[in-house]
Design a protein around this ligand. Structure first.
Ligand code: SF4
Length: 482
């Protein structure tokens, strides 16, 4: 997953884009990029895997001059891509994952196109996006063609002399939100980037919607469609607590998840409610409110320099971060029966080796693990979040119980079935915890507050939203200025 931010201002916007982009640092750890357009384009890309965006871009941003700009924190490839085209020069940043990137790149190569940027996984997907856009009659047509041709998910910001074009992924898996203040307009993946910069939210762009931000406001260039399958994981894990998507705040959802977990725990006596920092904390606060038991911190995170342990690409690096960043507080742990809220369990190995182990070693009397979503059964369709299917704790449990993996796991996704209970017991034993209870999918959907059909729940249910929505086309409407 990546985070994108763009702004158009009456004055210079370089500092605004710098801070706005930096507020997406929790979403990626590979590359950062900024492009600002004044008299000319200035663009910088840095590898941020070993240092933070802020330190790498501070000097660059001070040297950039212009009233429109875009930035990105990228989990995969180098961005922004700069291209001279028949529409004039432009820069583009993207957030998403294009499943058929190789196929589309081959088609373009056959037509005589060439690619200059090569990412670790092959063609740079943002360059591919830029090249497909240039096949259109104009920029809007180019973005429409892109949305028609890609399989997967792609939201983007495109910077040129007109301003910043903001286009949200046609199925809405990733968010894109427009905001304004007196002297500027901006678009962001995370609304938390707006708060300290005094932007107020004007519009959560609809799936497939394309808008142009310029000095005078926002012009809707293409209306969005009714289909929306926004990633439910944004609220559970990946999103920043101060953000909101579709008007629904992340922290409030996490608290509701925690409350729902607590309502299923009337039969256990505990002393301390806690959450694995950072995303487990909101869930734990909700649990503590509902159970009327104290929220305490058996584990604190040493923040400086440590990002999220899921973003670095190598497992070795993820494990190193996981073990280094959480420090136990023995006074809070010793002799206590502790509830530990966690956003989710992917492999379970970090939770076991770096969290549970520390709690037992510090004298915990009981450990009750409470993930704020159901067992993960499938890796993300768009590479937005979880990892390969074989790694998932639930799949390991199924292989152990059945002797092999199953094609149809519906019995295991039904939280009322005996197979589900056996699977959860297996994972609890493997984690070496007193009890393990997951939030069920209905409670999770209720906590988010959107209708089930408006959410992507593929990671848990295996129901493929693309089947229902892949022929969706955005509705045509007259352009409207906001
Ligand atoms: S597959 Fe999972 S992580 Fe990917 S968009 Fe859907 S819910 Fe989100």
């Amino acid at each position: 997953m990546s985070g994108i931010f763009g702004a158009v201002s009456k004055g210079d916007c370089s500092e605004m884009v710098f801070y706005g982009t930096d507020y997406h640092s929790h979403l990626g750890t590979e590359y950062g990029g900024m492009a600002v357009l004044g008299e000319n384009f200035s663009r910088q890309i840095h590898n941020i895997s070993e240092s933070q965006f802020k330190s790498k871009f501070y000097e660059d941003s001070r040297a950039m001059r212009g009233n429109k700009g875009i930035g990105v924190i990228s989990a995969l490839e180098e961005q922004p891509i700069y291209l001279k085209s028949k529409f004039g020069p432009f820069c583009v940043v993207t957030n998403g994952f294009i499943e058929n990137a190789d196929e589309l790149a081959s088609e373009l190569l056959k037509k005589g196109a060439s690619f200059s940027e090569v990412s670790k996984s092959g063609v740079n997907a943002t360059e591919l996006v830029a090249k497909i856009i240039t096949e259109g009659h104009d920029i809007i047509d180019g973005i429409e063609r892109l949305f028609d041709r890609i399989e997967g998910s792609c939201s983007l910001l495109l910077l040129n002399k007109d301003g910043v074009y903001a286009a949200r992924d046609r199925f809405g898996y990733t968010p894109l939100v427009v905001g304004k203040r007196d002297d500027a307009w901006a678009a962001t993946s995370e609304t938390s980037a707006f708060l300290n910069a005094n932007f107020r939210i004007v519009k959560y762009l609809e799936p497939g919607e394309i808008a142009l931000l310029d000095e005078d406001g926002m012009v809707q260039k293409k209306a969005g469609g009714a289909t929306n399958q926004i990633c439910a994981f944004l609220w559970i894990y990946t999103g920043f607590p101060a953000s909101s998507y579709e008007g629904i705040g992340v922290e409030a959802v996490r608290e509701r998840c925690g409350k729902a977990l607590a309502r299923h725990d009337k039969d256990i006596e505990v002393d301390v409610i806690s959450g694995v920092p950072d995303s487990g904390v909101g869930h734990a606060l909700g649990y503590a409110q509902e159970s009327k038991k104290p929220y305490r911190r058996p584990l604190v995170k040493y923040t400086p320099g440590y990002g999220r342990s899921y973003t670095p690409p190598s497992q070795e690096r993820r494990d190193l971060i996981a073990t280094m960043k959480l420090i136990p507080i023995k006074d809070v742990i010793e002799g206590n029966r502790i509830v530990v809220c966690e956003d989710s369990i992917v492999r379970g190995t970090q939770l076991k080796n770096f969290t549970i182990k520390k709690l037992w070693e510090c004298g915990a009397k009981e450990i009750h693990i409470r993930p704020a979503c159901p067992p993960l059964m499938f890796p993300c369709l768009f590479n937005l979040s979880t990892r390969s299917i074989n790694e998932l704790a639930a799949r390991r449990a199924i292989r152990s119980l059945e002797g092999h993996d199953l094609e149809d796991v519906s019995d295991y996704t039904d939280h009322n079935s005996s197979r589900y209970r056996k699977m959860v017991d297996w994972i609890a034993k493997d984690l070496e915890v007193t009890t393990l209870r997951y939030l069920n999918v209905d409670d999770m959907v209720k906590a988010i507050g959107l209708p089930k059909e408006k959410l992507c729940l593929y990671c848990w249910t295996g129901e493929c939203p693309k089947k229902a929505s892949c022929h969706h086309k955005a509705k045509d409407k007259e352009p409207a200025r906001v």
